[in-house]
Write a new protein. Structure first.
Length: 957
């Protein structure tokens, strides 16, 4: 006979039964009966819902809701429509090459498209953020269009033969091309006016745009050589004239003015929380009164006509899904929202509608907070206790761990191990989604860990077995939702046969992008390409660097075709020249030096891309602008921070990111950036942090950092998206870039082929003059000089484990911030001072008689008669110490990292008014404050503490 232990005490009372959709009223359409009020109904009674609706069950009838129930932002629809027209206009303009090979005309077309592309990538995403942006874009486009239309007058219109059949002539004439340009431009302004002309929040748009042109340009017949031509009119647009664009339909039945709090607005296309579907064990949920999570099991068990092991575990599955969600959202959730019938007849549970459920709940909570603060507080408290109870139930009832657990309960009921794992993961995803949503909007602070990594085995989804780098798998293991999502996305696999895979990667670092200089070779765009290399003038680059200027490259014959190299014009930066700085990883084949250059096919592609971001297409790329010559290389490295800081835009090129489309779901785009080789290299951190504008090249377009970030934030109640946004910010600088803690944390998972360059690679982030670092003979001296220049550091730098500097006064200092153990720096405050004598801090100190602590030994320090400090040596060697420096205040029964130190003597340092204790770091330990009752059976020597948590002025050497 099975026995189930009660896990959580019953509490609370039943609330009024309320279902999702009750507030829609009675004017709804009734579809086939998908669920009934009979708790004993057979699962086979489930029918199929109308394909465009979600079926909601109440005690009255079956309700139909629009799919998702999520507000589709009209702004996203506007952007898509505007961009489509913008891209058609750019493609049309560049097609002018069929009428002329005149360099000035082609240059004018390219510059016009540069402006359009810049608007697309960097201006359009912000158009809603300022009152003047819509009109500013209108005026910018109008001015550029006028200049381009005037350029037609300088072109002849000869009859042109078809390039493939000389007997045929091109049907399109220059006047036709001109008229189509005007038409597309009018459509573009119509789309802009459709959204912003009625707006009262923005500066009014111009009502008409005129220009002086020849009659031929306007497409009309006139006896006068020139005339005032109305390029666009708001009146014609508003009246639905020939240039107007039909208004898009309102998405999902919602209007733009629907009553949804702005902080809850989201995009429905990506609003899905992902989890692998799981078999439904057959419990009946519909037809029961809604109850607390704790009461769910007993209430539903009482309805079983024939109690069985399978019936019990089926109810537990229902409790951990339907019961948990209902207890949090305080509304009835019908089976039809989470259960689906497969063609095989199997009933499965999915999370397809979980985001919608959470979204609606949070909207109601915002309303409740304003109308009934007392009830709001009660629900917040109830949500916290419910989530804790559910986490315990998952451990004890399903996984079978913990005191009072029932091991093997699901196995004995005949549930396969594979299905148990799926049920556990599904519950973890639901629990994490509800937990993160609760923390987002409620005034509560708690941490319920839904990840399964500690369990190991099949419960933990190991992405490394699916081909992901072990370091990426380790990073993504901190969220149940991101693990489930990432498992649905195949890892990027380079098509370069010589590219190193992840065989030598660890859980901390990826080495796949680390190159071997002896075997490195460049890549052509096509594997069969044998084009020559293009190089800038070496003497010109050297001359520019000698004057401490930045060498910039322009391709003067981009339209040249044939087998020869391109002409690369090199000029120095003058502070006003616009240019694009390219940020990339050498493993993708673009690594080189000024002397060698790059394959012409690659240079052509880079110059073409640069034209999309700045007029003229001027660019900076290390492969062309940094010589191999040692002294000039050092000069170029010194200028790196300035190079990226002064660039008009920084474009990221990475093969992993480029494998993804700009039209892919935002979570996939963020995942590709976060897991890219670019995000794991040392130099790219500074390149991203110093950017005025940062953009990423995808397979079919370019997207700015800010637009990616804003799109990700719209899915704020999807823990996977939220995790990716946090990682994205960590990679490219979502906080103060001069914060040492941020930079240190961002470097933890990065690597480089030249570790000696690390101080130079991050000096510019802290506005430290890299010229002083270059003068140092060794990397250790460079790191010491960098820390002294930064001066204000976080105390927690002491807890970064790994190789230390072997210099007096700096034996506490990390030799490198990359691949450091000890966890991230949590407290970002710069509360320590780096001096030539050591690191000055004011902290608590636990002192005792000098003691040798051996590897793995437990030492009990008696603080008071009934209180001890348990010290466990987690280092690999024995050492002698006489004090402990805790990372944070001690919490009963919680292990806290601490430094084992040797306290020497009081010193008075030059320029310091305080007398300080000199402490030498010797090792790392874990310290736990324990009452006597907890140490009765604990092994370990017992010694007496002299002083416990005494605040002292310290100098760590």
């Amino acid at each position: 006979m099975l026995r189930f232990v009660a896990l959580v005490a019953r509490s609370g009372t039943n609330d009024t039964v309320r279902t999702f959709g009750d507030d829609l009223g009675s004017n709804v359409e009734v579809y086939d009966n998908v669920a009934t009020n009979n708790p004993a109904r057979a699962a086979s009674n489930s029918g199929a819902a109308h394909p465009s609706t979600e079926v909601i069950v109440t005690s009255k009838t079956t309700l139909a809701l629009p799919l998702h129930g999520i507000h589709e932002e009209p702004f996203e629809t506007f952007k898509a429509e505007f961009r489509d027209c913008l891209h058609r206009l750019m493609a049309h303009v560049m097609n002018i090459s069929q009428f002329t090979s005149h360099a000035d005309a082609l240059s004018m077309a390219r510059e016009f498209c540069s402006t359009l592309s810049f608007v697309d990538i960097f201006r359009l995403p912000y158009i809603d953020t300022s009152v003047g942006h819509p009109r500013g874009i209108q005026q910018l486009l109008s001015g550029r269009c006028e200049l381009f239309l005037l350029s037609y007058e300088r072109l002849s219109d000869p009859m042109r033969q078809h390039p493939e059949n000389p007997q045929l002539y091109l049907a399109t004439s220059l006047p036709d091309h001109r008229r189509d340009t005007v038409k597309l431009f009018r459509q573009l302004l119509d789309i802009l006016a459709k959204r912003y002309a009625p707006s009262t929040r923005h500066t009014p748009l111009l009502e008409s745009i005129t220009m002086t042109v020849t009659a031929e340009t306007s497409g009309t017949v006139s006896t006068t050589p020139t005339s005032q031509f109305v390029l666009w009119s708001l009146r014609a647009s508003a009246s639905g004239g020939q240039n107007s664009v039909p208004r898009s339909k309102v998405a999902n039945g919602y209007s733009e003015n629907m009553d949804v709090p702005s902080r809850l607005q989201t995009t429905s296309a990506d609003a899905t929380i992902i989890a692998e579907e799981v078999p439904w064990l057959g419990a009946h949920h519909d037809g029961f009164e809604r109850c607390t999570f704790e009461d769910y099991l007993s209430l539903h068990r009482a309805s079983l006509e024939r109690p069985s092991a399978l019936g019990l575990v089926a109810i537990i599955q229902s409790q951990l899904t339907f019961g948990l969600i209902e207890a949090i959202v305080q509304e009835h959730v019908p089976e039809s929202l989470l259960l689906e019938r497969r063609p095989s007849g199997a009933l499965v549970m999915t999370t397809r509608n979980l985001y919608s459920i959470i979204h609606k709940w949070l909207a109601s909570m915002i309303s409740l907070q304003d109308s009934n603060a007392e009830e709001y507080a009660r629900r917040c408290k109830g949500a916290e206790s419910t989530l804790w109870a559910a986490r315990v139930r998952l451990d004890m009832g399903v996984i079978g761990v913990g005191i009072g657990a029932v091991p093997g309960l699901f196995q004995r009921a005949g549930v396969s191990s594979e299905d148990i794992v799926k049920i556990t993961r599904m519950t973890s995803v639901i629990g994490e989604a509800l937990t993160e949503a609760s923390k987002e909007l409620m005034d509560i602070s708690f941490e319920v860990d839904w990840t399964l990594a500690k369990l190991g085995g099949d419960f933990h989804r190991d992405l490394a077995t699916a081909g992901w780098c072990p370091s990426i798998a380790s990073r993504l293991s901190s969220s149940a939702c991101i693990l489930e999502y990432a498992y649905t996305i195949p890892p990027f696999v380079p098509d370069d046969a010589d590219r190193v895979r992840h065989h030598n990667c660890s859980s901390k670092i990826c080495t796949a992008s680390t190159i071997n200089p002896k075997t490195y070779s460049n890549r052509h765009i096509e594997g069969s390409c044998k084009c020559p290399y293009s190089t800038p003038s070496f003497d010109k680059v050297i001359d520019i660097l000698s004057r401490n200027q930045i060498p910039l490259i322009s391709v003067t014959n981009l339209d040249k075709h044939g087998g020869g190299p391109l002409d690369l014009l090199c000029a120095g930066s003058d502070g006003t020249r616009q240019y694009v700085a390219i940020s990339h990883v050498w493993a993708d084949g673009l690594g080189s030096t000024t002397e060698k250059g790059l394959p012409t096919c690659q240079v052509r592609r880079l110059a073409t891309i640069a034209h999309k971001l700045v007029p003229g297409g001027t660019l900076w790329l290390d492969a062309l602008c940094i010589p191999a010559q040692d002294d000039m290389r050092k000069r170029a490295l010194v200028l790196m921070a300035r190079t990226y800081r002064e660039a008009s835009a920084i474009l990221v090129l990475d093969s992993g990111i480029r494998s993804c489309s700009v039209k892919a779901p935002i979570k996939e785009r963020l995942l590709r950036v976060v897991t890219s080789g670019w995000s794991q290299r040392m130099w790219t951190l500074q390149e991203a942090l110093l950017a005025k504008r940062l953009a990423f090249e995808f397979s079919d377009g370019i997207m700015s950092f800010d637009e990616l970030l804003a799109s990700g934030r719209r899915l704020r109640f999807d823990p996977a998206a939220r995790f990716l946004v946090q990682e994205f910010e960590q990679i490219v600088g979502g906080r103060s870039v001069s914060n040492f803690a941020f930079v240190s944390n961002a470097l933890r998972f990065r690597a480089t082929s030249k570790p000696q360059d690390e101080p130079l690679a991050i000096a510019g982030i802290f506005d430290v003059d890299a010229r002083e670092l270059v003068k140092k003979a060794t990397p250790e001296e460079r790191m010491m000089s960098l820390l002294l220049s930064i001066r204000s550091l976080p105390f927690e730098i002491l807890f970064l484990q790994g190789a230390k500097l072997d210099v007096a006064g700096f034996k506490w200092a990390p030799r490198s911030l990359m691949q450091s153990d000890g966890g991230p720096i949590v407290q970002p405050e710069s509360d320590a001072t780096c001096t030539p004598d050591g690191l000055l801090v004011t902290r608590y100190l636990i002192t005792f008689d000098q003691t040798t602590l051996y590897e793995g030994e437990s030492l009990l320090n008696r603080i008071e008669d009934n209180i001890f400090v348990r010290v466990v040596n987690d280092d690999t060697s024995a050492y002698t110490c006489n004090a402990l420096l805790p990372r944070q205040p001690l919490t009963p029964l919680v292990p806290i990292p601490a430094l084992a130190v040797v306290v020497k003597n009081d010193v008075k340092l030059a320029g310091d008014s305080k007398s300080r204790l000199t402490c030498e770091c010797v090792g790392h330990v874990l310290v736990t404050r324990m009452p006597r009752s907890e140490v009765v059976d604990t092994e370990g020597r017992i010694i007496h503490v002299q002083k416990y948590l005494t605040v002292r002025e310290l100098c760590i050497t």
